[in-house]
Write a protein that binds this ligand. Structure first.
Ligand SMILES: NC(=O)C1=CN([C@@H]2O[C@H](COP(=O)(O)OP(=O)(O)OC[C@H]3O[C@@H](n4cnc5c(N)ncnc54)[C@H](OP(=O)(O)O)[C@@H]3O)[C@@H](O)[C@H]2O)C=CC1
Ligand SMILES: CC(=O)C(=O)O
Ligand SMILES: [Mg+2]
Length: 759
């Protein structure tokens, strides 16, 4: 045995062990149930259970549709199987299929916020299966049938769809068909082939194969161009005992084996079993062929084996470890999300086709770093190795679900038709991220009056990407500072469209001399000579700050490639702090699903602020909160609680609180207090019933930079919160300093805040 082979065997063995460990610990399985209501008191108990629970029961008894109002039904899907065609493992039975069904349920929740129960029914009797699922209608808002073998799956789905008033969707049929069709449209485009001309061979005439073929037909593949091969060979008119679905696709042909069928074929779709396609078969296909070898967990032919045979091939598998993963995970969570949100009575052809086109179109778009980061890849670009979006692409939810909901509305199966598709799309962002939902609201505000924001690091590809988003969404009018040729080349390298983006090269600025003189005037009494002024103004961030000072732009966002203080310094020296403010301060907005929005300060500027600075910081961050429509409730934080310590560190916070109270009696503020008292009103009431803070604090002012900076970073990394910032507070004009290496999303977010500040 070669070393390579031994290594591969070893890797496979390790993966198998890892998979078992993953499922076994820290507790068996992948799912648990979580309560959505509080259950900590006698009162809660009487509401959640008897006697309170009787009320919604009575309501639903009178009006069954109220079940969508008072129970979890509207968001609950049953993932139902009998395990008769579990992945490509065959009929392993209901019990052994449970890990797959739990997996589907987890994906429903994780990707689209849909709750799902896995239900494994121990029966091969079609009638018994149908009756069992039918009687579960009161529990669910939809049924996702999974891994049920053909031909039983066809009758089961057809009967249940007819007999139930909720969507019934066999994922292995339609989910697979939708993703495969989206991949087909894109692969054909790249191979330069017309859908009407291609000859397609399917290995596997079961659930997935038949549904894929039907959808291919709807998209334009002629019926007679489709050839099926099953476990007995080519499905032809001379065969006996073909089931109804195979009969419909039986061709009059002399071809008998898979090798015969694949010769000269343009497209091969494998939805059968591992390893049945040989290299010679790949070699015998037409020019520029397409192979989708989708059997799971191992495809009909391994990706490297097929690619080794030809260099004009576009290849996809169901696996995540090679390019082009065609897997129904890209469909079922989003399709059900859209269907549930409009209370669709079924998932019809129009909804399926809408999903196909939404996915195909998405693959042609520029891929954001949130996706590349999740896959540890530098870049994905529409092409032979990227014909379909990645399963963890967060945009899939935002494209597929609205497309499905819209199609349901237009085709008349939506009981709650979608009225404003943009508002619906925005509401979906909440499922993915609480911060994104907050930012979406801010973006909408920014869009009402977009401002000219200059980026001194305009040559950096992250800034180019951010600028592209800012223009696309109408958030700002970005001005990219830098060498025009360099910006254009870099944009071309990264496939970034520069339309409507202003490029500003300071070397060509007609007002350059005037700008240098103005800088010299400003800094001459700080020891800057005219020669030094020339040199300083050659630094982009210095020039950008002068542009803002001279009101040639409305705001500056800088700092992507520098240490924070290096970009902060010119901002302070040139733009300066607002009237009456002794210094700037930094803030982060910390957002979490469970705890809402909190404002943290000072997180980036003042190392050991005195009471005056602390008080000013509290005022400035309260203003930021108000800009974001949050009524500030300020806690002045310390290790001490209302005088329990007389250490100078505690006294300075108490002193800052007194200053605040005197100057701004209208503010809701108290301190010095500990973080738990700030966030837990009950605890505060018990121990300090005199405290003048009402409810939970949402503005947390930290006693020093160590505390503020460490706290927001811990919440970001360990606490499951998302942070937006750093926001620079107290400046005379709108300027923000990024942290070195910020993501595109962070650059966009900070620009949004800069625009709001400039409005
Ligand atoms: N990547 C993805 O997203 C998905 C992949 N799949 C994969 O597709 C495969 C089939 O799933 P599904 O359609 O649900 O299962 P079914 O049991 O409904 O169908 C299996 C089909 O494979 C055929 N088959 C079995 N052995 C061979 C063989 N040696 N040569 C040719 N055909 C053969 C069967 O033939 P016969 O009719 O003669 O019994 C049958 O037509 C599985 O491997 C599954 O993992 C399925 C869904 C999604
Ligand atoms: C992915 C899937 O559903 C299957 O292989 O059966
Ligand atoms: Mg399946």
């Amino acid at each position: 045995m070669s070393n390579d082979h031994e290594n591969q065997q070893e890797t496979r063995k390790n993966r198998r062990h890892e998979a078992l460990r993953y499922h076994e610990s820290p507790r068996p399985g992948k799912l648990e149930i979580q309560a959505t209501k509080s259950l900590s008191s006698q009162r809660d108990l009487s509401l959640a259970y008897t006697p309170g629970v009787a009320e919604p029961c009575r309501r639903i008894d009178e009006e069954p549709l109220d079940s969508y109002r008072y129970t979890n039904r509207a968001n609950l899907v049953g993932v139902v199987t009998n395990g008769s065609a579990t992945l490509g493992l065959g009929d392993i039975g209901a019990l052994a299929s449970k890990p797959v069904m739990e997996g589907k349920a987890v994906l429903f929740k994780h990707l689209a916020g849909v709750d799902a129960f896995d239900i494994e029914l121990d029966t091969d009797d079609v009638e018994a299966f149908i009756q069992c699922v039918r009687t579960m209608e009161p529990t669910f808002g939809g049924i996702n049938l999974e891994d049920i073998a053909a031909p039983a799956c066809f009758e089961i789905e057809e009967r249940l769809s007819a007999e139930m008033n909720i969507p019934v969707f066999h994922d292995d049929q339609h989910g697979t068909a939708i993703i495969t069709s989206a991949a087909l449209l894109n692969a054909l485009e790249l191979q330069g082939k017309n859908i009407e001309d291609v000859r397609c061979v399917f290995s596997g005439a079961g659930a997935a194969g038949v549904a894929c073929a039907k959808l291919f037909e709807s998209l334009g593949v002629p019926h007679e161009h489709i050839m099926f091969v099953d476990s007995k060979g080519v499905v032809h008119t001379g065969r006996d005992n073909l089931n109804e679905q195979k009969q419909a696709f039986a061709l009059e042909t002399d071809r008998r084996t898979l090798a015969d069928a694949m010769e000269g074929a343009d497209v091969f779709v494998g939805v059968s079993v591992a390893g049945i396609v040989k290299k010679e078969m790949v070699a015998s296909m037409a020019d520029r062929p397409i192979i989708f070898a989708l059997a799971n967990p191992d495809p009909e032919i391994a990706y490297p084996d097929a690619m080794e045979v030809r260099d004009d091939l576009i290849m996809a598998t169901g696996r995540s470890d090679y390019p082009n993963q065609v897997n129904n995970v890209l469909g079922f969570p989003y399709i059900f999300r859209g269907a549930l949100d409009v209370a669709a009575s079924s998932i019809n052809e129009k909804m399926k086709l809408a999903a196909v086109h939404a996915l195909a179109d998405l693959a042609r778009e520029d891929v954001p770093e949130t996706v590349t980061d999740a896959y540890e890849e530098d870049h994905f670009r529409f092409g032979p190795e990227y014909i379909i979006p990645k399963p963890f692409d967060p945009r899939a939810l935002l494209r597929v679900s609205p497309a499905v909901a819209q199609a349901a509305t237009e085709s008349g199966v939506a009981r709650k038709p979608v009225e404003d598709i943009d508002a619906y799309r925005e509401s979906l962002e909440q499922i993915q991220s609480a911060a994104k939902a907050l930012i979406r609201g801010l973006i909408n505000k920014a869009k009402r009056a977009p401002k000219r924001i200059i980026f001194p690091e305009g040559e950096h590809h992250q800034i180019l990407r951010a600028a592209n988003i800012l223009v696309d969404e109408g958030i700002a009018k970005p001005v990219l500072m830098g060498d025009r040729e360099c910006i254009e080349t870099r944009a071309a390298q990264h496939d970034i469209d520069l339309d409507d983006i202003e490029i500003f090269d300071p070397r060509d600025d007609e007002r350059r001399d005037e700008m240098v003189c103005a800088y010299y005037d400003l800094r001459q009494r700080k020891g800057v000579t005219m020669t030094e002024a020339e040199a300083h103004m050659a630094q982009p961030e210095v020039y950008a700050m002068m542009m803002l000072r001279k009101e040639r732009v409305d705001g500056v966002v800088s700092g992507l490639t520098k240490a924070y203080v290096e970009s902060l310094r010119p901002a302070l020296q040139i733009v300066g702090v607002a009237e009456g403010v002794t210094g700037a301060a930094g803030a982060h907005i910390v957002v979490s699903r469970d705890n809402g929005v909190k404002f943290f300060s000072d997180t980036t500027v003042n190392i050991d602020p005195d009471p005056e600075t602390l008080a000013q910081t509290a005022i400035k961050i309260s203003e930021l909160a108000r800009t974001l429509d949050v009524e500030p409730k300020i806690a002045m934080l310390s290790y001490s609680a209302f005088g329990t310590s007389r250490h100078p560190n505690a006294s300075k916070v108490a002193q800052a609180t007194r200053i605040l109270r005197e100057r701004h009696p209208e503010l809701i503020v108290d301190g010095e207090m500990q973080a738990d008292a700030a966030l837990d009103p009950e605890l505060r009431c018990e121990a300090f019933d005199f405290a003048e803070l009402d409810g939970e604090a949402n503005v947390l002012v930290f006693p020093n930079l160590d505390a503020g900076n460490i706290s927001y970073k811990l919440l970001d990394k360990l606490g499951g919160a998302e942070v937006i910032g750093p926001v620079l507070l107290g400046m005379k004009q709108p300027v923000n300093v990024l942290q070195r290496g910020s993501s595109v999303a962070s650059i966009v977010n900070l620009t949004v805040l800069t625009v709001l500040n400039a409005q």
